[in-house]
Design a protein around this ligand. Structure first.
Ligand SMILES: Cc1cc2nc3c(=O)[nH]c(=O)nc-3n(C[C@H](O)[C@H](O)[C@H](O)COP(=O)(O)OP(=O)(O)OC[C@H]3O[C@@H](n4cnc5c(N)ncnc54)[C@H](O)[C@@H]3O)c2cc1C
Length: 327
């Protein structure tokens, strides 16, 4: 009987165990990116009871076409790396809820509580927050209604949908210029809208963009509205030097103005910095005892997969140490 159970744990049919909202876990991990998955492996190998709740597995890696700087892989597609990570987590009978977001956090006392958007409350003695970042929105009329209908945030994911069409990219930093390059290869025309008088992307990217004849850059401009019925048809842009506003016919607009931390649910419960990142010390401890955080959602400098994974390991070890020394 034992032998059968052990063997089934290593077949392709490995499954996560459903998380029991009535249970008190030693450690509850919130998030499903590289920080979370590394934390999960470390907690399970330490033998503490572990739950994990995430909106989805993969995090930003699922939106990355290829990765060339994660050690062990000279080149790997983003989705393949997600598969490798989840396969490794699935070696262990970890309790998981996928498809739910944390909405609130209560950290007073020995039992910490995470309330989900569906109203369910999960409990644990220690929490590891690894909720990463999301694309920042422009906040102009038409953006919310037309998201997924021409308004896009990830050129790696959506650029192929705009082959042969006219598109706009908002943002002159690395993300914006990289997107404009991706799109210039396949779109008919790319208009890059930059708020400042210069691009702020790395020189190597700016030079690469200059090599495309189908790219126009509108400096000191901003998008004030996105127009369309059912799909994007045009955007309104304002020249901030003259105040003049005009409509630009485009089928798509890529908004590449940076990323914001997914930390709203922790606001009021934990100390955040001005950007909304969760403040952590060198052991991934937050301002609340028993609550740890790792990866892009934190104040740790440099947002990369290898850093998120390393911080996830550190947060898990700190959480396990906390749980084991409290009992
Ligand atoms: C387009 C792109 C390309 C990149 N390329 C590279 C690269 O080549 N090399 C590299 O090293 N790095 C790259 N990065 C950066 C890297 O992907 C991130 O640094 C890394 O994914 C951060 O990991 P994380 O686990 O901290 O957070 P994330 O990857 O952001 O994962 C956060 C997870 O938490 C979940 N979540 C969010 N909010 C909640 C909530 N309230 N409740 C429950 N779950 C929640 C999300 O669904 C997600 O699964 C790239 C990023 C992008 C966007």
């Amino acid at each position: 009987m034992d032998i059968q159970l052990n063997l089934s744990a290593f077949t392709d049919e490995r499954r996560f165990v459903p998380l029991d909202p009535a249970a008190l876990y030693d450690v509850l991990i919130v998030g499903g990116g590289p920080a979370a998955m590394t934390a999960a492996v470390y907690c399970m190998r330490k033998g503490v009871s572990t739950g994990l709740v995430t909106e989805r597995f993969g995090g930003q890696i699922a939106e990355t076409s290829s990765v060339e700087n994660y050690l062990g892989f000279t080149y790997i597609e983003g989705l393949q790396l997600v598969e490798r990570f989840t396969d490794q987590v699935k070696q262990f009978p970890i309790a998981v809820i996928e498809g739910s977001r944390a909405r609130a956090l209560a950290v007073d006392g020995p039992v910490k509580r995470v309330t989900l958007e569906n109203g369910a409350t999960l409990q644990a003695r220690a929490i590891v927050i690894t909720t990463g970042k999301h694309w920042r929105r422009l906040g102009v009329p038409g953006e919310a209604e037309l998201t997924g209908r021409g308004v896009a945030y990830c050129s790696t994911c959506d650029a192929p949908l705009f082959a042969g069409k006219s598109v706009a990219v908002v943002g002159g930093g690395n993300s914006g210029v990289e997107s404009a390059i991706d799109l210039a290869r396949i779109a008919e025309r790319v208009t890059l809208v930059q708020f400042l008088d210069a691009l702020t992307a790395d020189r190597v990217l700016v030079d690469a963009l200059a090599g495309f004849a189908n790219v126009e850059i509108l400096f000191h401009h901003e998008v004030t509205r996105i127009n369309g019925t059912g799909a994007v048809q045009s955007i309104a842009v304002r020249d901030n030097a003259t105040g003049a506003e005009r409509d630009l016919p485009v089928s798509g607009i890529f908004i590449e103005i940076g990323l914001s931390p997914n930390s709203n649910f922790a606001r009021g419960a934990l100390e955040l910095n001005e950007q909304g990142e969760i403040a952590v010390d060198c052991a991934c401890r937050t301002s609340a005892p028993g609550v740890f955080a790792a990866g892009d959602v934190t104040t740790v400098p440099f947002k990369q997969i290898i850093i998120a994974a390393g911080e996830g390991a550190k947060a898990a070890l700190s959480a396990c140490e906390y749980v084991l020394t409290q009992s």
